[in-house]
Design a binder for this molecule. Structure first.
Ligand code: EPZ
Length: 416
C-alpha cells in the first residue's frame, strides 16, 4: 500500500486548480441510466471512486469513455444488479437503485453495509421508494425492488440525506404524477444533479431548498453538462494555507459554496479574498481557536470537520468541535494525538486545546477525510510524517500530493 511522506514546516505559496466535485460527479454519472443515447459530462475528476462508479455502470451494460470529459451511453442496459463486491467499496453505489427502478422497473442492489464513520443505513431511500409504489424485499444482504411504474408521492425525509434526496429525485423524474420531497438536502451537489436532470427534460422545481417538486415525464433524453467544482477539496486547501501560514490562490472554484468555512477561517485570523471563480487565502502566524458545529448545507460541512480539527490543534486556545451528522467521525483524533495534539472526545464533541507545535510521526489513514486531515497536520508539523493507507485519500482527492508539492510542500508518494 502506498504511503505519503511529508517533511513539514514549509509555508505553502502559489496557485492551485480545484477539480470537479466527487459528490456531484457520482450522481450525475449515474443519472445517465435514465436516458437512451450518449450523455457528455465535463469536469469529471480523476478519482478511485469515479473509476468504481464507471465499473458499476459497465456491469449494468452502460458504455462510458473519456477522462475529464466522459461520454456515458445507457441505451442498452443488460443487468439491474449492483453486486456486493462493488457496493462494499463505494456506498454511493446505492444511487443506481432509484434510476434502475424508474427506467427498468426493477433493481437488485447490495445493501452498503457498515462504514468507518457510522452505520450509514439507507432506510430513508427504501422507505421513499415504497411510498412511490415499489415492492421491496431485503434478502441475502440485497435490496430487491420492483415497480411496474413508480407513482408520485408526498415524501418527508426524517433526516436530511444527500444521496437519499438524489436517489428519489432521479426516480421521480419518470414516475406517474408529481412527487414532493420535504426536508430535502440542499447541498450544491443536489442542485448540480437537478440542473442536469432538467437538461435531460425532467421537470424539477425547488432544488437547493428543502422542498423539491418533481413532475414525472414519460422519458428523458441525453444531455451535455458540467460538474461543479469540489468545495471540499477547495476547503481542504484553504485550511492547509491557514495551518502553514502560507498564501494560496484557488482557481476554478465556487466561493459561494464555502460561506460557512470562509466565515470560520476569517475568525481564526486568516485573510480570505473572494473573486468570481477564485479565492485568495493568507494564513496567519497566530491561529485563533474557534468553535465548529457540523450541519447539513449551508451549515459547516461534516466533510471538512477532520481538516478544521487539524487546524485547531495549533490554535491559541480551546476549540469545541461538534459532529452532528455522523456518529463516529473522530477516527482522525487518535492519529493527531500521536503527533502531539491535545484533544478530548466527549460523545459527539471534541475539545481541542491548542498546542505550540505538532511533531511529525508515522500515522494511518482510516477514512477519506481523516486521511486529508493527517496530511494537513504533516504539512504543519516539525519533522517527518508518513501517512499510510493513502488509498483512502485517492478515493476523493485528485493527485493531492502533486498539488501540495506545486505549492512548495516537501511531500512525495512512496509506492508500496
Ligand atoms: C453524502 O453521503 C456524501 N457522499 C458524504 O461525503 C457526506 O459526508 C454526506 O452526504 C453528508 O454531507 C456522497 O454524496 C457520495 P447522508 P450520504 O445520507 O448521502 C443518516 C465524503 O467524504 N441516514 O446525507 O451517505 C446517515 O447515517 C462522503 O465525500 C440515515 O439514517 O449521507 C447520516 O448520519 C463521506 N438513513 C445522515 O443521515 C438514510 O437512509 C446524513 O447522511 C440515509 C442517511
Amino acid at each position: 500500500m502506498d504511503k505519503i511522506i511529508i517533511q513539514g514546516g514549509r509555508k505553502l505559496a502559489g496557485e492551485v486548480p480545484v477539480s470537479g466535485a466527487k459528490n456531484a460527479a457520482l450522481p450525475i454519472l449515474v443519472s445517465a441510466l435514465l436516458t437512451e443515447g450518449t450523455n457528455t459530462f465535463r469536469n469529471i475528476p480523476n478519482l478511485v471512486d469515479i473509476k468504481t462508479a464507471r465499473r458499476l455502470l459497465h456491469n449494468l451494460g452502460v458504455r462510458t469513455e473519456g477522462n475529464g470529459t466522459v461520454r456515458v451511453d445507457a441505451t442498452g442496459i443488460t443487468s439491474c444488479e449492483a453486486p456486493y463486491d462493488l457496493v462494499k467499496t463505494m456506498r454511493a453505489s446505492i444511487l443506481v437503485l432509484g434510476p434502475l427502478v424508474a427506467r427498468m422497473g426493477q433493481a437488485r442492489v447490495s445493501l452498503p453495509g457498515g462504514c468507518a464513520i457510522g452505520a450509514r443505513p439507507v432506510n430513508l431511500h427504501i422507505k421513499a421508494l415504497e411510498e412511490m409504489g415499489a415492492e421491496i424485499r431485503l434478502e441475502e444482504g440485497y435490496i430487491d425492488a420492483r415497480a411496474r411504474r413508480l407513482r408520485g408521492a408526498r415524501i418527508y425525509f426524517d433526516l436530511s440525506t444527500v444521496t437519499g434526496t438524489e436517489n428519489i429525485m432521479m426516480a421521480a423524474t419518470l414516475a406517474e404524477g408529481t412527487t414532493i420531497l420535504q426536508n430535502a438536502a440542499k447541498e450544491p451537489e443536489v442542485v448540480n444533479l437537478a440542473d442536469v436532470l432538467i437538461g435531460m427534460g425532467a421537470r424539477i422545481a425547488g432544488a437547493g431548498t428543502d422542498v423539491i417538486t418533481i413532475e414525472g415525464v414519460p422519458r428523458l433524453h441525453p444531455v451535455e453538462a458540467s460538474v461543479i467544482p469540489d468545495r471540499i477539496e477547495a476547503g481542504t486547501f484553504l485550511i492547509a494555507a491557514g495551518m502553514t501560514g502560507g498564501e494560496v490562490r484557488l482557481t476554478g472554484c465556487e466561493p459561494d459554496h464555502l460561506d460557512a468555512l470562509i466565515v470560520k477561517l476569517r475568525e481564526t485570523g486568516m485573510t480570505i479574498d473572494v473573486e468570481a471563480n477564485g479565492i485568495q487565502a493568507l494564513g496567519t502566524r497566530r491561529i485563533a481557536s474557534v468553535d465548529v458545529k457540523t450541519l447539513p448545507y449551508p451549515g459547516f460541512p461534516t466533510d471538512l470537520q477532520a481538516q478544521i480539527m487539524a487546524m485547531m490543534t495549533l490554535g491559541q486556545g480551546f476549540s469545541l468541535i461538534a459532529e452532528t451528522v455522523f456518529e463516529n467521525r473522530f477516527m482522525h483524533v487518535s492519529e493527531l494525538l500521536r503527533m502531539g495534539a491535545d484533544i478530548d472526545i466527549q460523545g459527539n464533541r471534541a475539545v481541542v486545546r491548542g498546542v505550540p507545535r505538532l511533531l511529525g510521526a508515522p500515522v494511518m489513514a482510516t477514512d477519506l477525510r481523516a486521511s486529508a486531515s493527517l496530511v494537513l497536520a504533516g504539512l504543519a508539523a516539525e519533522g517527518r510524517t508518513d501517512v499510510s493507507r493513502v488509498y483512502h485519500l485517492d478515493r476523493g482527492y485528485e493527485s493531492m500530493e502533486k498539488k501540495f508539492a506545486a505549492l512548495g510542500a516537501d511531500i512525495k508518494r512512496e509506492k508500496a
